[in-house]
Design a protein around this ligand. Structure first.
Ligand code: ZN
Length: 328
């Protein structure tokens, strides 16, 4: 049930970051579905407030997103997290799919990046960071949706309260990596094509752009592409737009590299560890764009990102340290 998921998520961030998230009923809202929360630090300081608007409506935009309303210090932050999740139906509460649970965690990760920011310059605060860094705080949150101990806090049958059966949990883990090599190659193909079209491609030298792109994508495809293969023609991410694409497609994969690697610290030192959580909060979440993201990352991990963590999580590499054969 959605309410239970949200409560479990707040419990997790309280353990990790020492913050309490408390619902408030006083402030006005734009729809009865919308809830208002305050984020309060361990010393009682009010860090900010946010609206959560999770269910679809006739006039509502599709998808899921986080918005910043008020940014920066010293005033508390304000923002919103929104989605179009499975709504309550008759006497049934809102019963979410696993992917929808990940969506809630993801958007809340962006909101924490915004709310826990301690950067005085608004344009450098919170989520105003490099395109290929902004999904680290959000995507890392999804990892808690795949950990038994975290799931058991909130992923329970809405009538019997029983936890997810172990065999079902293992099936979910296996399904997560179904064809992950194909997915990865596809993403890498798009990312490389996007980068090379913006940085290397020359019509005089390289000829037709569709042929050029097909040859690039062929390197990432396990089967021969047909001669009229022209998927590049519908690859709208190539172009700069108000939401900022244009040589930026690689950032999806790069964010996965960062969050899979950063999460290994939580896995090693405890997924509810306040020590690791405190460091993640101080060194990443609170820093906005006040320093080079590579520096922030090194500050937290003590080294550069290691792409192996993502390969291990995707079942494409065995963990040499723990010899942990990831479920395949
Ligand atoms: Zn995101």
């Amino acid at each position: 049930p959605a309410d239970r998921v949200v409560a479990g998520m707040f419990d997790i961030v309280e353990r990790l970051y020492g913050i309490r998230v408390v619902q408030r009923t006083g402030p006005p809202v734009w729809h009865p579905d919308v809830k208002v929360y305050e984020v309060i630090d361990r010393d009682g300081v009010r860090l900010g407030s946010f609206y959560a608007d999770w269910f679809p409506r006739e006039t509502k935009r599709g998808g899921a997103w986080m918005d910043a309303f008020i940014t920066g210090e010293p005033i508390p932050n304000s923002g919103a997290i929104c989605g179009n999740l499975t709504p309550p139906l008759g006497t049934l509460p809102a019963l979410l799919t696993h992917r929808e649970v990940e969506t809630i965690f993801h958007e809340f990760g962006h909101l924490l990046h915004h709310t826990l920011s301690r950067v005085g310059v608004k344009s450098l605060a919170g989520t105003n960071v490099a395109w290929d860094f902004v999904e680290l705080p959000s995507q890392i949150m999804e990892n808690w949706c795949w950990e038994r101990d975290a799931l058991d806090l909130f992923a329970r049958h809405w009538e019997t309260q029983s936890a997810i059966p172990e065999d079902l949990f293992l099936k979910m883990r296996r399904a997560r990596n179904f064809r992950s090599a194909n997915t990865q190659m596809r993403q890498l193909g798009f990312a490389i094509t996007d980068l090379l079209l913006h940085t290397e491609y020359s019509p005089e030298r390289d000829g037709d752009v569709v042929d050029y792109s097909r040859a690039l994508l062929q390197r990432f495809s396990s089967a021969p592409l047909p001669p009229d293969h022209a998927s590049i023609c519908s690859f709208t991410h190539l172009f700069g737009s108000p939401v900022g694409y244009g040589a930026g497609y690689y950032s999806y994969k790069w964010a996965e590299v960062l969050e899979a690697d950063a999460f290994t610290r939580f896995r090693k030192e405890g997924i509810f560890s306040p020590a690791v959580g405190g460091e993640f909060r101080d060194k990443i979440l609170s820093q906005g764009d006040s320093r080079d993201p590579a520096e922030l990352y090194r500050d937290f991990m003590g080294r550069d990102p290691d792409p192996d963590a993502l390969l291990i999580r995707s079942g494409l590499l065995t963990n040499p340290v723990e010899n942990e054969a990831v479920v395949v």
